[in-house]
Design a protein around this ligand. Structure first.
Ligand SMILES: [Zn+2]
Ligand SMILES: [Zn+2]
Length: 167
């Protein structure tokens, strides 16, 4: 993904990383609420809890890890199936990417439009970075069309070492 030049960040006094993360989560949750309302989908407490759990972690999480996290925050018994269904819903709606090679989920960095997420997964530290490549998507669509293949989901996962671990 080309790295656009970022304008210098505006300084907000007394906003530490924790507050910044809370603000990101609140903004993401507001978008989720708006979209669910717009599409007349129910934002159940479980869907919300799973969404929060996913957004609290930058690293990919397996369904079991999400289940543990949701159990810990809700402090009550949670049926695994309800968590898996919420993960399926959020993945189908484009909020999460399902990482096939890790059997895990990760928050999508550009929700709200169809895209083939290109995920760069570090074998060493487990970091996951998401890129977005329109050219690659067009290429995959064209190849699928040529085969008469009806593509339903595209996942491109690149396994290797991240910038830090490759040093
Ligand atoms: Zn994405
Ligand atoms: Zn790494």
């Amino acid at each position: 993904m080309p790295n656009p030049v970022q304008p210098p960040a505006k300084r907000k006094p007394a906003a530490g990383p924790k507050q910044a993360r809370a603000a990101v989560l609140a903004a993401a949750e507001a978008r989720l609420e708006a979209r669910c309302a717009e599409r007349r989908q129910r934002l159940s407490p479980m869907r919300r809890a799973v969404f929060r759990q996913m957004f609290a972690q930058a690293q990919p999480q397996t369904a079991y890890q999400v289940l543990d996290g949701v159990r810990a925050t809700l402090r009550k018994k949670v049926a695994p199936l309800s968590v898996y269904r919420a993960l399926d819903f959020l993945a189908a709606e484009g909020w999460l990417h399902r990482l096939e090679s890790l059997r895990a989920f990760r928050v999508c960095e550009h929700p709200g439009h169809r895209h083939a997420g290109v995920l760069f997964l570090c074998n060493d530290c487990g970091a996951a970075e998401e890129g977005e490549d329109q050219a690659l998507e067009t290429l995959l669509d064209r190849d699928a069309a040529r085969r008469g293949f009806l593509a339903q989901r595209q996942v491109v996962e690149v396994l290797g070492l991240c910038r830090n671990c490759a040093k």
